[in-house]
Write a protein that binds this ligand. Structure first.
Ligand code: ATP
Length: 311
């Protein structure tokens, strides 16, 4: 049976009168790089903080690493967390940071940490405050990985990094994933980056799970249909449209459909990429993506006389 690295049921979190998360039910299986995506304020940081035990739920439950209560010693032992603003003690050297982290944790692979920093060209003598933003992020990631976690949680790890530093950071994450089988859950707004690394997607919208699943399954169950804009209304009712872009002559519809589904005559079907899919859902926070014919949203466009949609 697959272990879920994060599993929630009816999970809700309220800050004062603001619901940051509402009835989130979700299961992220082990063995993935799972991307947590959503607009500002969607609840990503809240969900990650609940997963690492820095917050407690207002309602519902959250378990990690096969159902261990989030925040319990057993859970914390297997999780490493790199927050967006992971504190660096600026006057401490990289060697001091290694020493400190080793002392604070039951398990710490000093050889791994030193080898990684040598590879990255980060001198152990260098003060953390003198490292570039990219190097600080790499140091924080190295310290996290040296704890040999089973789950690595990263909250917007590459937000402040330039493209090269971002690439190098994600390369280290992917190496850890391949070499040690670490599962990764990361939040990010950098969709192009996620397209490269993520094989599981969780999309949050207004504190709720809008879309979740393996990237391959999500891509296989959506298509882009391109056809005459004037005909959109004819098919709007029967196509499960997530998002529509309509120009003067042509319309592009991102729909829930598989490669075997019939395409309206005169229309072309194209496969969809992860970035395009994610953007479509981000633009339509009300679009549900659960399987089943009734879940699609009809286009808010004029409807013509429906005709048979056949191949
Ligand atoms: P971003 O992409 O901007 O980082 P996010 O998806 O991580 O956003 P959260 O930071 O989880 O979203 O915030 C979710 C909601 O909860 C927002 O409305 C936010 O204003 C609110 N919120 C978050 N932290 C607090 C807090 N400590 N006190 C009050 N409200 C909070």
């Amino acid at each position: 049976m697959t272990t879920n690295v994060i599993e929630t049921s009816g999970l809700s979190k309220r800050y004062g009168s603001t619901w940051a998360l509402r009835e989130c039910t979700l299961a992220i299986p082990a063995g993935h790089v799972a991307a947590l995506v959503g607009p500002n304020g969607a609840g990503k940081t809240t969900l990650l903080n609940l997963a690492v035990g820095m917050l407690t739920p207002t309602a519902g439950t959250i378990g990690v690493l096969g159902g261990r209560p989030a925040g319990s010693p057993a859970a914390l032992d297997g999780i490493a967390f790199v927050a967006q603003d992971t504190p660096m003690y600026k006057n401490l050297s990289a060697a001091d940071m290694l020493h400190l982290t080793a002392n604070l944790n039951r398990r710490f692979d000093q050889d791994y940490a030193q080898a990684r920093l040598a590879e990255l060209g980060i001198s152990l003598k260098r003060k953390a405050g003198r490292l570039s933003g990219g190097q600080q992020a790499q140091l924080a990631l190295t310290l996290a990985l040296a704890r040999r976690p089973r789950l690595l949680v990263l909250d917007e790890p590459v937000a402040m990094l330039d493209p090269v530093a971002r690439h190098d950071f994600m390369a280290l994450v992917m190496t850890a994933m391949a070499a040690d089988g670490v599962s990764v859950v990361l939040s990010s707004h950098v969709l192009a980056e996620l397209e490269r690394v993520a094989d599981y997607l969780v999309l949050l919208s207004r504190g709720r799970v809008q879309l979740a699943g393996e990237v391959d399954d999500l891509l296989a169950s959506h298509l882009v249909l391109t056809g005459p804009a004037a005909e959109v209304g004819r098919y709007a009712e029967r196509l499960r449209v997530v998002h529509a872009r309509r120009g003067e002559a042509q319309a592009h519809l991102l729909v829930r459909a598989g490669a075997d589904d019939p395409v309206p005559p005169g229309w072309e079907a194209h496969p969809v990429g992860l970035e395009e899919l994610t953007l479509a859902y981000l633009r339509e926070p009300g679009a549900a993506a659960l399987p089943g014919p009734a879940r699609g949203r009809a286009l808010p466009l004029e409807t013509g006389e429906p005709s048979e949609v056949t191949q």
